[in-house]
Write a new protein. Structure first.
Length: 121
């Protein structure tokens, strides 16, 4: 799955760079969307991200491309690799900004783990 975000002034810290937490929120959101599309009917919560290391800074006006690919599916959990790239719009250059693996677990209505096989996908 592929998604895009435009970095706007409200996404920046006081130094003029994208807040790391905002990028992490977007990574969580786009990977959750991928999981929810792959397993309709599952209620996913985030278990974790394997690595948080920002490779390049991101400024206002940057266009970020998110590539989300399923890495592994277990009995009740699924992992997605998320690669974030800054698109070259002629001002800052492109390249990889961030990569991580996000793990989700499927829960039932009581909050107990639920098998992915009981969902679509």
């Amino acid at each position: 799955m592929e998604n895009y975000k435009l970095v706007l002034p409200g996404h920046l810290n006081h130094y003029g760079y994208l807040f790391g937490g905002t990028l992490l929120m977007w990574v969580d959101e786009v990977s959750w969307i991928a999981a929810s599309l792959d397993y309709p009917g599952c209620k996913f919560v985030t278990v974790g991200m394997d690595r948080v290391e920002f490779k390049k800074s991101v400024r206002q006006g940057s266009l970020l491309r998110f590539e989300v690919d399923k890495k592994r599916a277990g009995t009740t959990s699924v992992q997605y690799t998320v690669n974030v790239y800054r698109e070259d719009l002629g001002t800052q250059g492109g390249g990889s900004v961030f990569t991580t693996t996000v793990t989700f677990v499927c829960l039932d209505e009581t909050g107990a783990k639920r098998a992915l096989s009981k969902c679509g996908g």
